[in-house]
Design a protein around this ligand. Structure first.
Ligand SMILES: [Ca+2]
Ligand SMILES: [Ca+2]
Length: 110
C-alpha cells in the first residue's frame, strides 16, 4: 500500500473580499465586531489558517483571534473621534487581503 500524503498546495481563501460591521461606541474593550473566515482545501495541518490584521490607520483599536478570525475591540471607541474604520486582514499563507469596514454607532439605551 502506498500512502498518499497531503501536500500543502492549497492556499487559504477568504469567502468574501469585504466584510462590513458596526460596533457601538463606549463599549468595554473586547467587544466582538465580526468574524472573518478563510478556508483551505488541504488536510489537517496543511489547512491551518492564521489570521492577522495589516498595520494601518486605526488597527490598534482592534485585534483578531489568529485561530477563529474573530475581531474584537481593544479599547473603547468614541464616535466623535472615529465614525468608521477601514481595516485590512490577511492570512499568513496568502497574499489575499480582505477589507473590513467597521462603523461606530451611538450607544442605544434600552
Ligand atoms: Ca493538498
Ligand atoms: Ca494549505
Amino acid at each position: 500500500m502506498l500512502e498518499v500524503g497531503d501536500v500543502n498546495d492549497q492556499p487559504p481563501l477568504f469567502q468574501r473580499d469585504v466584510y462590513t460591521a458596526s460596533v457601538a461606541e463606549n463599549r468595554e474593550p473586547g467587544e466582538s465586531v465580526v468574524t472573518v473566515s478563510a478556508t483551505d482545501k488541504d488536510s489537517e495541518e496543511n489547512a491551518a489558517v492564521w489570521y492577522s490584521l495589516l498595520p494601518g490607520p486605526g488597527y490598534d483599536f482592534f485585534s483578531i483571534d489568529p485561530h477563529s478570525g474573530e475581531m474584537s475591540t481593544t479599547s473603547q471607541l468614541d464616535r466623535e473621534l472615529h465614525q468608521h474604520f477601514t481595516l485590512r486582514g490577511y492570512t499568513h499563507y496568502t497574499q489575499q487581503l480582505i477589507t473590513v469596514k467597521c462603523g461606530v454607532c451611538h450607544f442605544h439605551f434600552r
